[in-house]
Design a protein around this ligand. Structure first.
Ligand SMILES: [Zn+2]
Length: 155
C-alpha cells in the first residue's frame, strides 16, 4: 500500500505500517504521560502506554497474518498487510472463488484472537486448577501486569 513503510516480510507477504501510524504513539504517549504525572512518573506512564499499543498491534499483526496464510493456502494471492492507527488490513489480490474458502479466511482471524486471549488468561485460569497446590495460588505476576494481560485478553 502506498504511503507505508515495510517492517518485515513473512512467506512473501510484506508487513507494512502506514505513515499515519505514529499518530497513535503520540496520542497514547501523551495520555500515558498525563496519567503518569499524577503519580510523579510521567515518563513511565508514557512508556507503558506505548508498550501497550505495541502489544495490541502484535495481536493485530498475528490476526492479519492468520487471514493471509489461510488465503495463500486457498490459492488466493496476498498483496500485503498494512497496519493503520485503527487496525490492520490484509490486502488480497482477488476475492476467493469458493465461498468455503472465504469463510475459512474470515474465521481464522477471530480464532487466533480467541487463542491469544486464552494464552493471556492462563495465569488467571491456574488458580482454579485442582492440582495446583493452594500455596501456589498467590498471583505470580504483579497487579499492574495482570491488569494489562486481562485488558489485552478482553480486547
Ligand atoms: Zn480479521
Amino acid at each position: 500500500m502506498s504511503g507505508s513503510l515495510k517492517l518485515f516480510s513473512i512467506r512473501g507477504i510484506d508487513i507494512r505500517v502506514h505513515f499515519t501510524f505514529p499518530i497513535l504513539f503520540l496520542f497514547a504517549g501523551a495520555l500515558g504521560y498525563s496519567l503518569g504525572s499524577k503519580e510523579d512518573m510521567p515518563a513511565v506512564g508514557a512508556l507503558v502506554a506505548i508498550l501497550i499499543i505495541c502489544a495490541i498491534f502484535v495481536c493485530v499483526t498475528i490476526h492479519e497474518i492468520g487471514h493471509s496464510l489461510v488465503a495463500q493456502k486457498c490459492g488466493v494471492g496476498v498483496r500485503d498487510i498494512t497496519l493503520f492507527p485503527f487496525g490492520g488490513l490484509a490486502s488480497l489480490a482477488s476475492p476467493p472463488e469458493d465461498p468455503n474458502d472465504e469463510w475459512k479466511i474470515a474465521v481464522v482471524g477471530p480464532l487466533l484472537n480467541f487463542f491469544i486471549a486464552l494464552v493471556l488468561l492462563t495465569p488467571f485460569f491456574l488458580r482454579w486448577l485442582p492440582w495446583v497446590p493452594r500455596e501456589e495460588l498467590k498471583f505470580p505476576i504483579p497487579p499492574t501486569l495482570s491488569g494489562i494481560l486481562l485488558w489485552l485478553a478482553l480486547i
